[in-house]
Design a protein around this ligand. Structure first.
Ligand code: HPA
Length: 271
């Protein structure tokens, strides 16, 4: 990753009409319906954007979409890059740096995750308040990262407090139940063993997934305020663990997404 590469990615997108996005949105696995709500949309496939990682994704169509959502200009990532696909930390966070350089002032991130906290149920949405990085690396542990800002990034409040308060108030007003908790990121792609789910609980995690944390670290490096939610797609009860069912995970993500979209749109209106 170099500044020249970022400039070339941004220049390509600006030329295609990605002019003045205020908000960036990353859509997680099974969470693609928001795209239908984008007005006057234009698209750029990841494979066409200079220096973007090549999309090999299984569950996503892999494109950046620009348009209006709830009256504001947004750039939406339909499909993200994961470590488990063989990308490295720089690859998976490159789009965050591009969206930042395009001019976004806020970042929304979503993911599908397993519920470690057994008071939470599949189909719940969890507002991420904090995280535990269990991916064994950092997008800031690369040679030229300091050229983009101090790499010793403060992580005392990685998720923007103001947006958290706003979204809680919105959920309350709209009658959407919103859990709150700690997201632990693992590499995957295999799901966890019973022993691993027990460990995650002991560590203080409320949810577990295979994404989000690297993007959040980079957004903090960029001083970009973040709001992140997990759509809980399975219940990780080590004492009654059922074999994983990816179809069910996707179906639950799909079914829960309209609630998430409602929260996102109301929050966008308030920003
Ligand atoms: N573990 C890890 N990632 C996940 C899970 C899980 O149980 N569910 C959805 N993504």
């Amino acid at each position: 990753m170099t500044q020249v590469q970022l400039d070339e990615s941004v220049e390509y997108l600006k030329r295609r009409g990605f002019d003045t996005p205020e908000i960036g949105i990353v859509l997680g696995t099974g969470l693609g319906q928001l795209v239908d709500d984008i007005e006057d949309s234009i698209e750029a496939h990841y494979n066409h954007i200079p220096h973007f990682p090549l999309a090999t994704v299984e569950f996503h169509s892999g494109k950046l979409i620009y348009g209006t959502i709830a009256g504001k200009k947004a750039v939406v990532m339909q499909g993200r890059f994961h470590l488990y696909e063989g990308y490295d930390f720089l690859d998976i966070t490159y789009p965050i740096r591009v969206m930042h350089q395009l001019g976004i002032q806020k970042l929304f991130v979503s993911n599908a995750a397993g519920a470690i906290n057994l008071n939470f149920k599949k189909g719940d949405i969890m507002l991420i308040e904090d995280h535990i990085n269990l991916q064994g690396g950092s997008p800031l542990a690369f040679r030229n990262v300091s050229e983009f800002g101090n790499r010793f990034v403060d992580m005392s409040e990685p998720y923007d407090l103001d947006m958290r308060q706003k979204i809680e108030a919105i959920a309350e007003k709209e009658g959407i139940s919103l859990q709150k908790g700690v997201y632990a990121s693992v590499v995957g792609p295999q799901l966890e063993t019973k022993a691993e789910y027990r460990m995650l609980k002991t560590l203080g995690a409320d949810a577990v997934g295979m994404s989000t944390v690297p993007e959040v670290i980079v957004a903090n490096h960029l001083r970009l305020p973040i709001m992140a939610v997990s759509v809980l797609t399975d219940e990780c009860d080590p004492d009654n663990l059922e074999p994983v069912n990816i179809e069910e995970i996707l179906a639950i993500a799909n079914k829960t997404e309209p609630k998430m979209i409602q929260l996102f749109k109301e929050l966008i209106k308030q920003l």
